[in-house]
Design a protein around this ligand. Sequence first.
Ligand code: ASN
Ligand code: ZN
Length: 315
Amino acid sequence: LERIGNDHAADDAGMRARRSRLSAGFERRMPVLEGGAAWTVHDAWGTTSLPGTPIRAEGEPEANDVAVNEAAAGISATLAMFREDFGRSSYDDKGAPVSLTVHYGRDYDNAFWDGQHLVFGDGDGRVFERFTKPVDVLAHEFAHAVIEHTAGLVYRSEPGALNESLADVFAACLKQRLLGQSAAEADWLIGAGLFMPSIGARGLRDMARPGTAFDDPVLGRDPQVGHMDDYIVTAEDSGGVHLNSGIPNRAFHLAAVAIGGSSLEGAGRIWYDALAGDGLGSTATFQDFAALTVARADRHADAVRTAWEQVGVTP
Ligand code: ASN
Ligand code: ZN
């Protein structure tokens, strides 16, 4: 018994030493970063305690863990997009270091931003693969952090659905940026590759055709809507935030395609300015946001107005 106890003590000491080496490195690196933010990917080892053990920080070599490396690549690309395309330094625009956690819980079928950490489950392996696999899922969660630090849209009903939609908008922008695709070339799917191949789902959501991402005996049908005539009033899903987000999602897709070229440089920039500029309140409706996008659209104002009108929103 004593021997076992001693081994444990030695392991704990080893773990503490490793931890403090990693966090010392992390602390040291932060002040010298220019314009960007530091990030650290942690491992929750199948538990739900956050943030877990630091495994890989910015500037460090690949870890021996695919989820850690996917999270690392994803956050690097996401921070680069916000910095280079929108001039934003991390989620708070003050270069906040980003904390990410992988291997959260057991068979955990989701990813989330909790106000401090970006957190990813491994999926159950029957319906869902690991949530770090599609980079747009990571960008979606990071965008929730940006939204919290800008308009602070409440996560309920219409402002909540707008919050959800904006997270998808920047997720789609990141995916298209990485693939070098124009608005016309993109597939407009969020979370493609997240479902196990046997499920046969195209992705979580289709921004171009809300309600068509999957139709499956296990999952049911993608319940999203894409027009105000079909707006769902429900107590579920925080008032249908993931259902009605299809409406502004489709408006973004229509605007991006109408403007042409890269979504990021066209509609993406307009949507970002409407979110991050003054004027968007925390309880904004689709219409409030639509009006701001038209106001920010300069020569694309007609295209943006028409896109919103096509989904039943009059800016
Ligand atoms: N993946 C979900 C989302 O970001 C998790 C949540 O917090 N609702 O919308
Ligand atoms: Zn979300």
